[in-house]
Design a protein around this ligand. Structure first.
Ligand SMILES: [Zn+2]
Length: 220
């Protein structure tokens, strides 16, 4: 996001909070921001060396901020995560990796107006200097968000719902970027699609990670 766009979104957020006396998404205290200064102090997860890294636990307040951004279409809230992304250690990412966001189905993109994973991927691209390939991977059919499916049914619906776009240049290595890692079903389905396209060198970065996620089992 450009500095100007960030400033506009920040002012818009401030104006809304001032007009409606909205509560902080984290602590529910009334404030002048959607997330108070205290709740903006996220604590980073340590790196685990598996090639599947995440910035934050999928807990409050990060969980509510991400869900409000996605399901209430409040794109401006994502900016609270930019300092988090900027403070991450991406030294594990190969120097020639292409950064590929997990895509939304075009109907979901149309409804929401943005793909949060693509926004995150662009930030990671800015920070690491690696190229971002937002349109290589696509979703062949629509599925329910994994976070809204009962855990016993997660992963089952994904199967081959991702593909690499035919004729699109195939990078040698990929850093797959998603907003949240829960069961790992989405990541596994994307990795399978990348493998089918001939890409075997894959690493993963997600903004949030549920405690039940098993990063060490995703790329093996
Ligand atoms: Zn707060």
């Amino acid at each position: 996001m450009s500095k100007f766009v960030e400033l506009v979104l920040d002012s818009w957020d401030y104006l809304l909070a001032l007009l409606f006396q909205t509560a902080c998404l984290g602590c529910r205290g009334v404030g002048e921001k959607a997330l108070c200064a205290n709740c903006r102090r996220f604590s980073l997860l340590p790196t685990n060396g598996t090639g599947v890294e995440a910035a934050l636990d999928y807990t409050e307040p990060a969980r509510s901020v991400l869900r409000a951004a996605k399901f209430q279409k409040r794109r401006e809230l994502l900016r609270y995560f930019k300092p988090v992304v900027c403070s991450m250690d991406f030294s594990y990412v190969h120097s020639d990796s292409a950064i590929v966001p997990v895509p939304l189905h075009w109907t979901s993109f149309w409804q929401r107006g943005f793909n949060q994973s693509e926004i995150l991927a662009k930030w990671v691209g800015e920070i690491t200097g690696r190229r971002v390939v937002p349109d290589g991977l696509y979703r062949t059919h629509r599925t329910k968000p994994q976070s809204l499916i009962r855990s016993s049914h997660r992963g089952a619906s994904l199967g081959d719902c991702f593909e690499w776009r035919r004729g699109h240049p195939v990078p040698e290595r990929v850093l797959l970027v998603d907003d949240v890692l829960t069961s790992g079903g989405t990541v596994r389905a994307c990795v399978a699609a990348l493998n089918r396209a001939g890409i075997s060198q894959i690493q993963v970065w997600t903004l949030l990670r549920a405690s039940r996620a098993k990063p060490s089992k995703l790329l093996s």
